[in-house]
Unconditional design. Structure first.
Length: 322
């Protein structure tokens, strides 16, 4: 069983990922830490409490973290997830959360948990990397104990925040670059991983909505704004779920079908076309040495996943929530 801390800017697809993780027998969620991103910090924290409640398994401690990026103003995604991040359902539609956030701040909780572990506590990040960067900057020796980060973030080929950058990385590019520069091995579930055959069809959405499982209905209902947005853009409702792909590739790596490795860093001083882009040097260090005398050699720090087995991913998600 993998021990994990989930860091999330909880909106609708994050909520599905949290339900999955808390229902996955192969994972033990030690804590959930919230960060501003899709929505403001107070909403991200509240939504994390709500998702943990609907998972209906166990309630790990939940901590509120950074209210804004390291140096940038906060940009949210309420146009995608709703003003409340949970589909803008009518007041009282969802039940009240059965848990409340802890008083300790998220960064301190992350550091304390990692420090007290045996080097076996992994991180799963579903939002901007502000909390993780602050933990690295505050306690670099402690954070070296993190064996791996599974991240929903980055674009392999085409971004959704600009032509080259994915939203989670773009929102706090400086924090993301701190994390990539830390040396912690990273597996990225890029924005492309949830497209194509991994996208839920109208029939599959209806299967969730008509289920006897309260968790399954929650996963569809909280994504109402995203479903409607896809309908308006593409002509029919559909549901792409970026954050759940990170849980899937962590728990079921056999679902990975397309990936490459490289030395990844984040563009923090680019134009509007490249700001927040994950720049991945896929060349072998030996090649770099041969081509450019005196160049720094960097081992590959990132596995970039851009395609998963879509039907198997959806079957896996349904098996956890139905």
């Amino acid at each position: 069983m993998k021990k994990i801390i989930i860091d999330t800017d909880t909106a609708s697809d994050d909520a599905v990922a949290l339900v999955m993780a808390l229902r996955e027998p192969a994972l033990e969620v030690l804590a959930i830490t919230a960060v501003a991103g899709n929505v403001t910090l107070d909403l991200a924290t509240k939504n994390a409490c709500l998702a943990a409640t609907y998972a209906d398994t166990y309630l790990p401690p939940i901590y509120a973290g950074a209210e804004r990026p390291l140096v940038r103003a906060l940009n949210t995604a309420t146009n995608v997830h709703g003003e409340d991040g949970m589909g803008d359902m009518p007041a009282g539609f969802f039940k009240e959360p059965a848990t409340e956030p802890q008083p300790q701040r998220a960064v301190d909780a992350i550091i304390d948990l990692i420090a007290g572990g045996d080097g076996d506590i992994e991180l799963v990040t579903l939002g901007p990397l502000t909390n993780i960067a602050l933990a690295i900057l505050q306690a670099p020796e402690v954070m070296k104990k993190v064996p791996h980060i599974t991240m929903m973030g980055g674009a392999a080929f085409a971004g959704n925040a600009n032509p080259t950058a994915e939203f989670n990385i773009w929102v706090d590019a400086e924090a993301a670059d701190v994390v990539f520069a830390s040396g912690i091995p990273i597996t990225m579930a890029t924005i492309e991983a949830c497209f194509g055959s991994a996208k839920f069809t109208p029939e599959e959405i209806e299967q969730l909505q008509r289920s006897q499982s309260e968790a399954a209905r929650f996963c569809a209902d909280c994504n109402r704004t995203l479903i409607d947005l896809n309908a308006s853009l593409l002509g029919e409702p559909g549901l792409d779920l970026p954050d759940p792909t990170a849980i899937a590739i962590l728990a079921r790596p056999e679902l990975i079908q397309g990936y490459f490795t490289g030395y990844a860093r984040v563009e923090t001083a680019g134009s509007a076309l490249t700001d927040g882009m994950v720049v991945c040097d896929r060349r072998a260090p030996q090649t770099v040495q041969a081509m450019a005398k005196g160049s720094s050699l960097h081992r590959h720090n990132a596995t970039v996943v851009y395609e998963i087995d879509g039907p198997a991913f959806k079957e896996y998600l349904l098996s956890l929530v139905l």
